[in-house]
Design a protein around this ligand. Sequence first.
Ligand code: NAI
Length: 505
Amino acid sequence: MTALSHNVMVAVIGAGAMGAGIAQVAAQAGHRVQLYDSRPGAAAQAIAAIDQHLGKRVANGKLAASARAECLARLRPAAQLDELADAGLVIEAIVEKLEVKRELLGQLESLCRSDCILASNTSSISITQLAAGLAHPQRLVGMHFFNPAPVMALVEVVSGLATASQIAECIKDTALAWGKQPVLARSTPGFIVNRVARPFYAESLRLLQEQVSDCASLDALLREAGGFAMGAFELTDLIGHDVNYAVTCSVFDAYYQDRRFTPSLVQKALVDAGYLGRKSGRGFYDYHQHALRPQPLSLESQAVPDTLFVEGEPGLLAPLLERLASAGLVLSHRPGNGLLRIGQATLALSDGRLASQRARDEGLSNLVLLDLALDYASARRLGISWAADTSPAAIDQVVALLNAAGIALTALRDSPALCVLRTVVCLANEGADALLHGVASAADIDLAMCAGVNYPCGPLAWADALGIGYTVQVLSNLQAAYGEERYRPSLHLRRLLAEGACFHE
Ligand code: NAI
């Protein structure tokens, strides 16, 4: 089955933020669209807002005036539900309540043509559960857009137990024809994005709770070393803590309270206090007028860096060494097992053990550990932590070295896998579990995280780049350090490791 033809009339139910956006997308793609909302006047109001929005795009030279007029001509408010009887696709984007959605779908089933596809934009309700009780459950599919729908590329096409595969394929092709990036997912809690993204928030929240660093510094690390568009605290302030916390709780409950998804007490406190983020003027940060935005803390050194001795193969740190050499620092190579030595300090990429633990295990003194960067050649900041017996002079040498290459440094309290590294391996671990459970393909999981939440790299491709062996080692060390199920490496990762394979061959 191919994409729905342009002649097919599309109906959108619910004229809130999502419904209005979806109606605009369908109309811009060339469909006649009827928009219905149970609140009288809401559909017409939403169409007027779309007109205004498109008007601004015309004024900015981003849209032709004719395209605006054509789009508007295709959009029509419906006063009654039965005006939608001719639709070939109905997308519901009404309130997120199972019973209300079920009742609507039942009405639609008796009203619409037998070949009409019914789609739900739900972000958290099971498509299987929504379809139960319908006479033709095979024609119900999830079509999960992201907010704002006209801007965000991703659409998760979600199949419940009964959804016909041709229907899912048709909606996938239709989303593609609408200029979107569709991915196929099986209906499981959180689908792809809302499940795989949980550790992005959870690990930063945990680091804050454990006083590893402050919000501004942890956010800066995820941005300036991790390459993420926003850190977890600024992002959850934007999303709203009520919304983000509710999604975490719903995923946690839906997975029978799997401890891996345990919600954060730090975030609950914000919700309890009414500190919901930007919309309430206060979340992790203060958004009131004239409020000062805290800056990330950075270590600085005035020392002249010594020669850096590179012992053996530097592995993932090779681009960093090239950068240091280009910055004019003196590097000297000698045999060894991948450690870097400068002055009294020993420098290494974290393997997930505490610095003090690793120093003791390997008999290293003055150990300083580096956090992961998406790209060491361009990272503006890196996280470091050190063992309890590391001297201030040793730390100063490391800081001088990295500062000399233009890298800001954030000191983290000794914590397993620091910040970016633990976030990335936990994202990859969750992606691996989603793959293990047949929720989606590896390609679609990575695409979903890049197109849906703007990750700089799909978590599975990132694990491939780090090496499956290293990813499993870091997770195992995290698990050993915390003694928690939360970090247990997915069987899929262990299987890849045993097979000598990776996610994307
Ligand atoms: P909203 O509250 O802005 O809009 C919902 C609209 O549906 C309201 O205008 C309401 O009057 C109307 N409505 C409620 N019950 C109705 C019924 N029985 N029949 C007809 N209209 C009815 O909600 P929003 O944010 O647009 O969300 C809608 C759906 O999209 C929900 O299922 C939500 O989970 C999902 N979603 C929301 C996202 C978001 O970021 N807001 C992102 C992706 C999905």
